[in-house]
Design a protein around this ligand. Structure first.
Ligand SMILES: [Zn+2]
Ligand SMILES: [Zn+2]
Length: 296
């Protein structure tokens, strides 16, 4: 299975509009992998997307993805849903008047874990948008009751409610030449999350890196100690603590926030240091970048 990081960024991508900081300037000059567009992953073999940030159209084009059979939404926050209109572009070019109404097409299956479906009804008219698109015929929307799974070809997908009860992670499981593969994808909102005791071994964990209160390379303080964000967002050291001793072949950090002020090269160096320190008791770690493909 090829899992592509379409966007490794967080609440705002890199370069962030209007931002003159060196990280954003470098991204403007160099492009990927120095850019980090909004959080989104794609599983190629099952043509399945997770989340649609603002830039999803650009991301799909960049990755040459021409068809999405299914999409899972992790939660309602705009950095994960603001690109939901992308489904309305999925009409059949062969029709006589495609600009007017998207005619019959292969609808994308939209999967909302129960808790996510509930909040789609509360924020940003997301439920209305889902219903509108379903009426157009470009999507079919499904709610997954918590505790249940869906099957996409031979891949089982099980949503997992996070401690932040409006958000979900997704466990993907399939057999490859008789060997069970297991990948857990958490897109965001991992405050107070720890691996459940019955999680079992993972081939990969996609995990938000959390907030960098201190610059992890220089130790310089980046967020004032009493900033309210530290009471509702996991910090990077808390994430590392949660991953101590985790039975995973690799951890890929995603949702790398612009505000942390770290570049592609900084993350390379940070991964090198983390992997060189056995006292941390971490699985092998790496930091995602736009266009990274992880082969499982
Ligand atoms: Zn987010
Ligand atoms: Zn910036």
């Amino acid at each position: 299975m090829r899992i592509e990081v379409l966007g490794a960024g967080g609440a705002w991508g890199v370069p962030r509009p209007f931002c003159p900081c060196p990280v954003c300037e470098e991204a403007r000059l160099k492009g990927a992998p120095y850019t980090r567009l909004g959080p989104s992953l794609f599983l190629h073999e099952i043509k399945t997307l997770i989340d649609t940030p603002e830039e999803i159209g650009i991301q799909l084009n960049r990755a040459r993805i021409t068809r999405v059979d299914a999409v899972f939404y992790s939660h309602w926050h705009p950095d994960h849903t603001a690109g939901i209109r992308v489904w309305e572009a999925n009409y059949n070019q062969g029709m006589k008047n495609p600009l007017h109404f998207p005619p019959k097409t292969i609808p994308t299956q939209v999967y909302l874990p129960e808790n996510v479906a509930r909040t789609f009804g509360e924020f940003h008219a997301l439920r209305d948008k889902c219903e509108y698109q379903q009426k157009l015929g470009v999507t079919e929307v499904h709610t997954i009751p918590m505790g249940e799974s869906v099957k996409l070809q031979q891949v089982k997908v099980t949503p997992m409610q996070l401690v932040e009860d409006y958000a979900a992670g997704f466990l993907f499981e399939w057999f490859d030449s008789g060997i069970l593969k297991r990948v857990l994808i958490l897109m965001d909102e991992v405050f107070a999350w720890t691996p459940p005791p019955d999680l079992g071994p993972l081939d990969a964990l996609f995990m938000p890196a959390g907030a960098f209160e201190l610059n992890p390379l220089s130790g310089e303080r980046k967020i004032v100690a009493d900033h309210p964000i530290l009471t509702r967002e996991a910090t990077f050291p808390q994430i590392l603590q949660a991953l101590r001793g985790l039975d995973a072949k690799q951890v890929i950090f995603i949702h790398l926030n612009e505000i942390d002020g770290l570049t592609f090269d900084d993350y390379l160096e940070l991964a090198r240091r983390l992997n060189a320190d056995p006292a941390l008791e971490l699985p092998p770690v790496r930091f995602a970048y736009d266009t990274l493909i992880v082969e499982i």
